[in-house]
Ligand binder design. Structure first.
Ligand code: ADP
Length: 358
């Protein structure tokens, strides 16, 4: 019988940091819709087959041995399914899950309730684990290795150490920045899984399923169109679908046809490869203000009055993958392909066209 208790002390996990770009806000799903659309079981998940199969093997083995699953670290850009995996795993195991966020774990005492509340074999999911304070990270090591924590009570001559034995549990960490995870922490995860961008076919399947769950009628061509304009990311595919559905209800007969999808996405400023106005402004700022680069992301962010993390986490991964920019030790550089995407002739910007690929 699957038990599920989702709770967490001081759990201030919000979608704010993950939903900060204009494109993500567009068609933002309500918490109810988000719950309906998020796969509840692993078999409902689309794509990421390699990761899926490795996790399946590990779950099967842990079940057969009656031991808790080894600790798992997921990394990859936002919206690719880290949380979905992390919440499906305890359901597959039939254990409870607690959810925390690295940003709220500033001192070891913030982590203690999670660890002492952890039931035998249960899952503790820490999102944005790279944001945990260093002292919390060090406090976590013996908990991960020996299911033990060492608490210091009192100060000075009255100080004493209390060793608390924990129930064996599984830590699942998620991060958009593996680079910020220290080697000692990384090494304590038995499985480290990187989630990659999705293909258009995979996203199209997700869009069609999501439309079904939302009770919307969608033509296959329209699902493909939404998929190809979603920056290879399921969360954006769902958000865009939500917007297209609003548009079709307001301006058409409620059926999502290719024409309706195109009109809705055009109206929202989503271009043919899925970039929104902010993504294009980022490229345009590098080109016009910084002559194509190289330029540090902080300089671009400050010029545009946006937090650098928004660019690093949410905007750049797709632009890098699409080869619209490249990252060098001296900073970001717009490629010839990037110049062309903005509608200019790369020949006019030799510094960019020299710098690669178009
Ligand atoms: P992350 O934690 O990596 O930021 P999430 O797991 O929250 O991403 O995924 C965002 C949304 O995208 C989910 O709510 C879900 O609806 C959808 N999604 C993510 N991965 C998949 C998948 N493999 N199959 C179907 N839908 C997915």
């Amino acid at each position: 019988m699957a038990r599920e208790a989702i709770f967490g002390p001081n759990d201030s996990r919000t979608n704010e940091s993950r939903e900060s770009t204009a494109a993500n806000k567009l068609g933002l799903l309500t918490p109810d819709e988000e719950r309906v659309l998020r796969p509840q079981r692993m078999f409902e998940m689309v794509g990421q087959r390699d990761v899926y199969e490795r996790i399946e093997v590990a779950i099967e083995a842990s079940r057969k041995r009656g031991e808790p699953l080894g600790h798992v670290l997921f990394d990859g850009p936002p919206g690719l399914g880290k949380t979905t995996f992390a919440l499906c795993i305890p359901r597959e195991l039939g254990v409870s899950v607690q959810i925390g966020n690295g940003a709220t774990l500033r001192a070891p005492k913030d982590l203690v309730p999670y660890l002492t509340n952890a039931e035998e074999g249960s899952v503790l999911f820490i999102d944005e684990i790279h944001r945990m304070h260093k002292s919390v990270e060090e406090f976590l090591y013996p908990a991960m290795e020996d299911f033990r924590i060492d608490l210091t009570l009192g100060e000075g001559v009255n100080a004493r150490t209390l060793n608390i034995q924990l129930k064996p549990f599984t830590l699942i960490g998620a991060t958009t920045r593996t680079g910020l995870i220290s080697a000692p922490l990384r090494d304590r995860f038995q499985m480290r899984e990187h989630l990659d961008f999705y293909t258009v076919d995979e996203l199209s399947t997700i869009v069609r399923r999501s439309a079904g769950k939302l009770g919307a009628e969608i033509i296959d061509d329209a699902a493909d169109e939404i998929a190809s304009r979603s920056r290879s990311t399921p969360r954006l595919a769902n958000n865009r679908l939500r917007w297209v559905r609003d548009y079709s209800d307001a301006r058409a007969d409620g059926r999502i046809t290719l024409e309706v999808a195109q009109k809705a996405l055009d109206m929202a400023g989503i271009d043919v490869i899925g970039l929104d106005a902010q993504d294009r402004k980022y490229l345009d700022t590098i080109l016009r203000v910084f002559q194509g680069g190289p330029v540090g992301v902080e300089a671009v962010a400050h010029t545009m009055n946006v937090a650098p993390d928004t660019f690093i986490d949410e905007v750049e991964p797709f632009l890098l993958r699409s080869e619209l920019i490249v990252r060098t030790p001296r900073g970001r550089i717009l490629t010839g392909k990037g110049v062309r995407h903005l509608g200019y002739d790369p020949v006019q910007f030799p510094q960019c066209s020299q710098n690669h690929l178009f």
